[in-house]
Design a binder for this molecule. Structure first.
Ligand SMILES: [Zn+2]
Length: 233
């Protein structure tokens, strides 16, 4: 699988500005971290930029097309002249069924990570990078740089944003998320209310206690039930 990641803006184009931040300086580290997570899952990753450089929108799309990407994901921050606007939204190109499925997968992953202030939903738009790329494409507006609460997420929770977006991409590709981001995994400790049950399950050999915050697949659920049935017999 080949995924092409597009860190919005760069170089002479700072993107949106707000709360002392420039969009280009948020999209780049998040994009690079998404790439690292995807690579650890056997995905081949291409980038429009890996440094603070400018690139035209058409060149971004051409680079993805030449790379032969299976999917294209563009990473952005939102902005509005009214600072009360906030939340996450993900776009696909008008009429692209696969693109909208990819957008939904990313949006849903961010929603389930609770890393947002408002769910603005999935939308369609005629953005150049979505129109000119010839593979399923999505553009995620992670949060509003112009809103105080959202800016705090963009500034301090980039690693979690990267994990959430990577999970959404992997889910679309049908690849099971195995964790293992480069920074500290904030999801490694079970919630207070679940600690006792997790300890019990580990002790009884029902699960190994890893990835406490990850969703379970059907095969994992069945395996847990199977192991439990062996205990109660
Ligand atoms: Zn942007």
């Amino acid at each position: 699988m080949k995924v092409f990641l597009d860190a919005g803006h760069g170089g002479k184009d700072p993107g949106a500005l707000g709360n002392g931040m420039q969009e280009k300086n948020i999209t780049l580290p998040v994009t690079l971290e998404i790439g690292e997570i995807l690579k650890r899952h056997g995905v081949t990753v291409g980038y429009t930029r890996t440094t603070d450089t400018f690139m035209e929108l058409s060149d971004r799309a051409n680079k993805a097309n030449n790379f032969g990407a299976d999917i294209f994901v563009s990473i952005h921050c939102n902005a509005f002249n009214n600072s009360s606007a906030k939340g996450v939204e993900t776009y696909s190109h008008i009429g692209s069924v696969k693109g909208s499925r990819l957008a939904r997968s990313i949006q849903n992953s961010i929603l389930s990570s609770k890393l947002y202030t408002v769910n603005r939903g999935t939308k369609t738009a005629n953005f150049a990078v979505l129109r000119l790329t010839n593979m399923p494409a999505a553009l995620v507006e992670m949060a509003f740089i112009t809103n105080g609460e959202d800016a705090n997420i963009l500034k301090n929770r980039q690693n979690e944003l990267a994990i959430a977006i990577a999970k959404g991409i992997l889910s679309y590709l049908g690849i099971l998320y195995k964790g293992g981001n480069t920074m500290t995994n904030t999801n490694d400790t079970p919630s207070e209310w679940a600690k006792e049950a997790m300890e019990w399950a580990k002790k009884e050999g029902i699960c190994d206690g890893t990835r406490p915050k990850d969703a379970a697949t059907r095969e994992e659920v069945v395996t847990v039930l199977y192991r439990f049935s062996k205990k109660v017999k």
